[in-house]
Design a protein around this ligand. Structure first.
Ligand code: ZN
Ligand code: FE
Ligand code: FE
Ligand code: FE
Length: 195
């Protein structure tokens, strides 16, 4: 790990460490995404993840350019956070039986990864600006934009399609609550039906 060893003596060291952290993370994501793609049933979800896999491979290359621009050679340091998120994704998706529920689980896991990346790039960009590493902010921003777009794509897919399909009992629940109604408009706003 090394985060709490004393080899980080300055903001410059901290920036480099975090760059190595996200470099490791992106490489782990390249290895982990194919499994999620294979598990996805929804075609748009599989296509979206496949697209982000290609973007991620390109992000690794951008990070290599960042290393080069600050005069360092590309190297990763263990990121227990991404290892944990990937392990958790494996664990949860391995427990899901229903294919449609599995799609929702995949999106939830993928969004956790995107949010980790978004936080890392936001921090790196702020530090790069402060350190005067202006030549690397463009590259880091390009990665950040792709993470945010990936997150938005997953959100739209979940909210417009996948969550509703995964919640297959919704129509049945709405019907049974309808039969117990005393009058037409009862309980429409309770929100429970809307899950
Ligand atoms: Zn570390
Ligand atoms: Fe990424
Ligand atoms: Fe990390
Ligand atoms: Fe990503």
């Amino acid at each position: 790990m090394g985060l709490f060893t004393k080899d980080i003596k300055s903001m410059k060291d901290l920036f480099l460490h975090t760059l190595q952290d996200v470099y490791y993370a992106e490489n782990q994501i390249v290895k982990a995404l194919p499994k999620l793609i294979d598990q996805a049933t929804n075609r748009e979800l599989a296509a979206g993840l496949r697209n982000h896999l290609h973007e991620t491979e390109n992000q690794v290359k951008r990070l290599e350019q960042v290393f080069e621009k600050i005069g360092e050679s590309p190297r990763g340091v263990d990121c227990p956070a991404i290892d944990g998120l990937i392990k958790e994704a494996d664990g949860v998706t391995g427990e899901v039986d229903d294919k449609k529920v599995l799609d929702a689980a995949i999106i939830g896991s993928a969004q956790a990864v995107e949010h980790y990346e978004i936080s890392r790039y936001g921090t790196l960009i702020a530090w790069a600006e402060e350190l005067g590493h202006n030549e690397v902010t463009r590259l880091l921003n390009a990665n950040l934009r792709e993470e945010k777009a990936a997150d938005r794509t997953l959100n739209t897919l979940a909210e417009n399609k996948v969550n509703r399909r995964a919640t297959g009992y919704r129509t049945a629940a709405a019907r049974s609550s309808g039969t117990s109604k005393r009058s037409g408009a009862v309980k429409k706003r309770s929100g429970r039906v809307k899950r």
